[in-house]
Design a binder for this molecule. Sequence first.
Ligand code: FAD
Length: 402
Amino acid sequence: MSAAPSQPLPHERARPLPPGSTYPAKDLCSQCGLCDSRWVAYVRSSCAFLEQRFESMEHQAHGRTRNLDDEDELYFGVQQRMLSARLAAPIEGAQWSGIVSRLGVRALESDLVDAVLCVQQSPDDRFTPLPVLARTPAEVLAARVNKPTLSPNLRVLEQLPGSGIRRLLAIGVGCQVQALRAVQATLPLDELYVLGLPCVDNVSRQGLQTFLNSASRSPDTVVHYEFMQDFRIHFRHADGSEETVPFFGLDTPALKDVFAPSCLSCFDYTNAGADLVVGYMGAEFGHQWITVRNPRGQRLLDLVEAELDTAPVTSRGDRRAAVQQGIGAYDKAVKLPLWLAEVIGFFVQRFGPRGLEYGRFSIDSHFTRNALWLQRHHPELVERHIPAFARRIVDRYTLPTP
Ligand SMILES: Cc1cc2nc3c(=O)[nH]c(=O)nc-3n(C[C@H](O)[C@H](O)[C@H](O)COP(=O)(O)OP(=O)(O)OC[C@H]3O[C@@H](n4cnc5c(N)ncnc54)[C@H](O)[C@@H]3O)c2cc1C
């Protein structure tokens, strides 16, 4: 990484864009925060929505690109190990069992890093993200649980120069990690570890409200939610009660435009550039799903592995017919009556895809939807925006006419 330069680097001459100005990716901007820092100088060669560069990123981060002929790598990216796990002593209030937060805490306690880039919540709204460079375990724990909205994580790069932080653990979703990897060599850091989250269907704060209003019986009291492997959305309310709603009962016509255009044009669901990825969708219900991409990722996992109940990943069922049917239903914006949604949910939950096959179901469904969205809304970007691995997956299905 960069030694102290004698001449100012381009980013040192550049001024951050004022928040709210038009960002270079325009309607496709995911507000990753890069353009609110002086590293905006690199936006043309780093923004995930101006140009996709998976191959060079994978090469830079892992020393090789994914093997497209290996089904696990085609779907889940470069890897040396996948496992399913949960913290034996879960962290209360975390999104799942809290592996990500515990890892951030241990990275500070073991002096692996000086700070952790993570996302706390704004003081007046639990769902408005507040990215920080956490220097203490308490600050990392304050960032636990998803803020399911677009988050300007890279804005805090602006605070790095002069901070004394030379070793950083960055936690983030794919678009943030793509931009971070692209500017990594110019950052004033000696070490960068990247802990990725899979991510799909993110929304603006306003879009989140539309979603909650349409899907939950009590939108104002929701404190946590997740689309889970049992094909239901689980909402937790402020009084501790839980509400579950079948995926198939969502008001698709009302929700079709709710997702951010960045997410509708994204193919980095499984966070290809991270050293270690911690999600849930490739694990059995109740467990988290871990992908170690390279030795740095294993070094991160070593910080918490003794605290985990682990199990091998599993895979059951066959997703393909369900994906193909879902493409047509989504495109026609079909809204099912709740009783029918419950019946379908019952059968899918019992006989539908599980484990890694559920992960592939979700990837197939989102990649086909996004390819179609790009063809319809940005046909000029299709060629350079859909990476080879996503194209190979999309080509397995029949899409409606653009
Ligand atoms: C927007 C979003 C969508 C996701 N979608 C999927 C999915 O489709 N499939 C899947 O398998 N996993 C998904 N995940 C990951 C999953 O929901 C959990 O976050 C992950 O398994 C870690 O759980 P945990 O209990 O260890 O996290 P915790 O210990 O609770 O820590 C959560 C971490 O998330 C970070 N964070 C919170 N909000 C954001 C944000 N908006 N942007 C970046 N970082 C954030 C915080 O910094 C914190 O460190 C998603 C995460 C996010 C943030």
